[in-house]
Each structure stands twice: as structure tokens, then as C-alpha cells.
Design a protein around this ligand. Sequence first.
Ligand SMILES: *[C@@H]1O[C@H](CO)[C@@H](O)[C@H](O)[C@H]1NC(C)=O
Ligand SMILES: *[C@@H]1O[C@H](CO)[C@@H](O)[C@H](O)[C@H]1NC(C)=O
Ligand SMILES: *[C@@H]1O[C@H](CO)[C@@H](O)[C@H](O)[C@H]1NC(C)=O
Length: 232
Amino acid sequence: MALRMKLRCLWIFGLCLAASKFSKVPSIKDPQFIQQCVALHNEFRGKVDWDHGLAKVAEAWAKQCRFEHNKCLKIPYQCYRDFAHIGENLWLGGLALFTPKYAITKWYNESQHFDFNNLSCSNICGHYTQVVWANSYKVGCAAASCANFGGATFAMFVCNYGPGGNFKNDLPYTQGPPCTMCSTEERCVNKLCPFNCSILLTERKDLKPTGKAPQQIVYNVLSLGFILLRAI
Ligand SMILES: *[C@@H]1O[C@H](CO)[C@@H](O)[C@H](O)[C@H]1NC(C)=O
Ligand SMILES: *[C@@H]1O[C@H](CO)[C@@H](O)[C@H](O)[C@H]1NC(C)=O
Ligand SMILES: *[C@@H]1O[C@H](CO)[C@@H](O)[C@H](O)[C@H]1NC(C)=O
């Protein structure tokens, strides 16, 4: 069975009041916030770099406080001209509970439901597969505080990935010992081929991608795995 990520589940473990209504969420220009988002992703996968444009897309959507995927992601290049397809992970939870580390780890922890051998998922795995999707090499995240959930203040956290992952029937990454796919000239650095993806991005833009092949359905754009976490 193919990976099932079209689950529209809203998991409510408890809707309690968030602690502080006026706590601030970090801005997308906050160096500490950027560092945390990037470092956390890179703890779980090969290197991604921050992309301010993706963070602006994430910020604009997070501020809407709507727990659903950004509509403009459905149309190639609509949200951001650098990427035809952008992936998106969402987290909504109590503001007092929110840290990038908590949310990104929560996404990554879906790996326990994912079976790499037959690409099956026993629960929700789409956040995890997007976090580790090898071809996604840029990330931009944003958080907003949202006061419209039953009076409680929640944090809405959005990460956008370029290019988007979660292509149907594709492996998130190729399994094997680190660096076995590096070119012969490349040395292995921190278990990675020291390949500069910014160069690839420039080249890709010159190549003008022709759009999506029929099988290239971006799951996270079409569907959602919702996680509503317990507020403190
Ligand atoms: C996938 O493989 C695992 C064993 O590796 C098995 O338990 C599971 O039922 C399989 N899932 C599907 C959907 O085939
Ligand atoms: C993720 O899983 C680890 C290991 O099972 C666990 O210690 C941690 O609390 C989990 N984190 C979150 C945010 O769920
Ligand atoms: C990657 O290439 C870009 C554009 O050429 C450059 O700005 C950037 O500093 C390079 N990054 C690394 C880590 O070499």
C-alpha cells in the first residue's frame, strides 16, 4: 500500500487555555529562531539552508491563523517564484508550549509510523517525510500567535520547503552509508557530500522547469496531517 498522507485528522488531546495571551513569537529575522529551525532540521537530515523568501511565505500564511495548507501552494510558482513546488508543514499548539525544537521534533517523530521498505505509514508520516526529504534543500519557517481558538492563544508554526517533497511513490531519501553517492572528487564532510545547493538552484532556474509530471503529486499540499497539541 502506498504511503497514506491524505489523512485529515484533527487530534485534540485537550483544549486548555494557553498560559499567556500576549507572549511574543519570534520574528523570521530573529537569528536565534533561524538558527534553531535550520539546526533542528539538519540534526534529522542532510543539510538544508535558510531561505528568507520561503520564510516570508510561511509568515504570511502563519498570520492567517488558519489550520489548513496555504492555497497558493497548489499553483506552481504562485507563492514564490524560486520554486514551482513548495512543501509545507504546520503545527498548532499552545503558545506556552511552542518552540521550533518541539514542533520540528514532533514532526520528525512520525518516523516511528513510517516503514521505509514498503513506504507504508501506520498513522501520519507526511510531516516526517517532508522534514527528511532529500531533494528539499531550502527551508523557511515562521510562527504567529493566534487568539481565535476558543479564547486561548495558540502558536501557529509553518515551515515551507523548497523544492517540496512528498512525491507519491518516491523514497524520501536513498538509504545507504553516508557519502556513497558523492561524486568521486568530493570528500565526505559531516556525513554529507559537500555539494553547494545554491549553485544547483541557479542552474535550475536557468533550465526553466517545465512543470509537474503527472505522478508528481505533492501530498502535503493536497492534504493535511493535523496535530493539535495540548496547551499548557
Ligand atoms: C510493510 O511491511 C511491514 C514489515 O516490514 C509490515 O508489517 C506491514 O504490514 C507492511 N505494510 C503494508 C501496507 O504492506
Ligand atoms: C520524540 O521522540 C523522542 C523519542 O521517542 C521523545 O523522547 C520525545 O519526547 C519526542 N518529542 C516530541 C516533541 O514528541
Ligand atoms: C554556495 O554558492 C553560493 C552562490 O554561488 C554562495 O553565495 C555561497 O556562499 C556558497 N555556500 C557555500 C557553503 O559554499
